[in-house]
Design a protein around this ligand. Sequence first.
Ligand code: PMT
Length: 409
Amino acid sequence: MRAFLGDKVIVLGVTGSIAAYKACEIASRLVEHGAQAIPVLSASAQQFVGAASFEGITGQRAITSMFEPAQNPDIEHIAVARRADAFLIAPATANILAKAAQGMADDWLSTTLLATRAPVVFAPAMNMNMYSHPAVQANIATLQSRGCAFVGPGSGQLACGDMGPGRLIETQAILEALAVALHHDKPLAGKRVLLTSGANHEPIDPVRYIGNRSSGKMGHAIALEAMRRGATVTVVSGPAEVPPPYGARVVPAHTASAMLEAVQAHWGESDIFIGAAAVADYHVENPPAAKQKRSTATVHLELTPNTDIAAWVGLNKRGHQIAVGFAAETHNHLEFAQEKLRKKQLDLVVANAVGVADSGFGKATTRAWLITDDHVSAALPLMSKEALAALLFDAIAGLPAGVSAAPRA
Ligand code: PMT
């Protein structure tokens, strides 16, 4: 997330909800990722949390009123509105949504929301009946039609005891929505990206499986980058330590055959396929329904090859569609990747080094090469998976086929 939030100026508007205390964690995560967070507390937020907490966390003066003696009231809100890379209102009450939708300017935050041209993200938190009220929904629709982004709310037990939508969504989802909003360029708007991510668990019996070490980090970075560029993203996700980002449509698929089925169901409507999952190459045919008892005898597993998903996609590609595969290799990276490109009829293969300390399964960084029909990149420098995802989409944009063509209706 540092790649997206680092050095950004984020105005963190906190309004009067019981969830206001969670904004301290949001402020902390913004700072941890290198952003400059400017806290703004509405009058009612100050009934729940204090300015001192936010000042301690962010190192910035918290703005608590339009008319503080230390500032020039005519200038400061305009200056901050201009300087901000984004506004994040978390938690956002029904009141701030109404004021923003109506263009009211009766305190610092509502006034500055009118003055800014930076992207605005709202993370609503309120009672479920308030949230579903037509007036609130109409305000949300108005703000969305003006380009404001919404993240959440989550569902669950609310402070008032009700169960339903209204909880402030998790901080990670808020940061992901912010990362998407911060990317102004949307060259993939109208495009659909289908991605496989994570590991496979092929059952041996009801309690044991054959698996691999994919964490889902590479898939997460690709999905987020695709959404930042405006695409609609479907992630066919195996078990993963890092789940797909907020806003992606997720199709869970634990085995290679479930992944294949999901890819087959969604490929027809997609423009770009990216196979970043570590798909299992084999499965146990008809695993027993009962747990196998331990014994001292040697056990022999018979393994049947799985259908190659990337090869199926390559074979079933239509004119405008683009198919990208990954090759995880310990050696001969380029040779094996070129063979995959050719055999699976892919448009691009990302070869990445595995079995080294700083690249591959579970690592935050990667050593990679991008291989197309007519170009093999030099070894890319060690980089974050987020940076590789950005280079990957730059490379896809440069491919001769499809992606630069007009979006489908
Ligand atoms: O999730 P992380 O911890 O971040 O790790 C990321 C990663 C290392 C898993 C990822 O970057 C990666 O390289 N994924 C592909 C791993 C892999 O299975 O490579 P492979 O060389 O075995 O397979 C090549 C390609 O064929 C892959 O696109 C794979 O999805 C695909 N494949 C493989 C088998 C199969 N039955 N069907 C497939 O489509």
